[in-house]
Design a protein around this ligand. Sequence first.
Ligand SMILES: Cc1ncc(COP(=O)(O)O)c(C=O)c1O
Length: 311
Amino acid sequence: MLSIPIDIRLPRSPHIVTSLPGPRAKAIVERDRAVTSPSYTRDYPLVVARGEGCMVEGVDGNVFLDMTAGIAVTATGHAHPEVVQAIQEQAAMLLHMSGTDFYYEPMVELAEKLAIRAPFPPLPSPPLEGEGSGKTSFPARVFFSNSGTESNEGAIKLARYYTGRSLIVAFLGSFHGRTYGAMSLTGSKTVQRANFGPLLPGVTHIPYGTHASLDYLEKQLFPTMLPPKEVAAIVVEAIQGEGGYIVPEDGFLQRLREICDRYGILMIVDEVQSGMGRTGRLFAIEHWGVMPDIITTAKGIDYMNECNIYH
Ligand SMILES: Cc1ncc(COP(=O)(O)O)c(C=O)c1O
């Protein structure tokens, strides 16, 4: 129930009142350069003061259309009143508990919702939401983490642990994060890996989204270099994001699923960027009717929680 009134104060279209960057933005950029790590990859000197919906206002009063949605995070727009209200209520109730050590009902509720909604094989009689009696079985389990990259770290560990295998296949052009495991899966830009090696061993990259690539995997790599029975997982974005918003060829994801099934390989779908409704379905993989073994999600899920969901 919406109790905070929607108060649109920013113009609904861009409104530029200074030359860019404005004087306050310039001064903050200079202070930033003196004190924050130069490893941040800022593309242009936007210094944000606040946001509403899809508009952001800079510190000099210039108003911009936010084409990035906070790099795919603000799925409901900036400062959505219901989101603001939920965060305010939660902050007033409990600011921190350790889900690894203790229990908390909202954590269970979110896990139940995700486990029911994620595209995994349905149970004969689906559980009712919120009916976590402890005896109810769900089609999936949820592991919460702090970021998309950490969600992918969890997925790598889970796949290796579960299969007892070590090798992983990922795709050129993909982005999975900046921590060591996720960076090892990433095949997007060399600058993201340069001088950080050695990375996680056993990761092989193939081109994204084409049947020719899957032919290469099956007909060339598997018989010569990459024993399929040692491959723990294939990690794939349902739609490649940082790689250029690439939709895979028809049948690509279905065929990938078949290859995984044939060799006992887990299919991990990274929905960190494509998930949470950004493509018109909660998870982009649902457009293809493919059921993965693990889904990693972050960003749009709720601005703060990230997780992987597996079955
Ligand atoms: C597909 C994908 N996976 C993982 C990540 C890493 O997420 P995070 O920045 O929350 O660590 C990103 C970030 O852009 C992403 O686009």
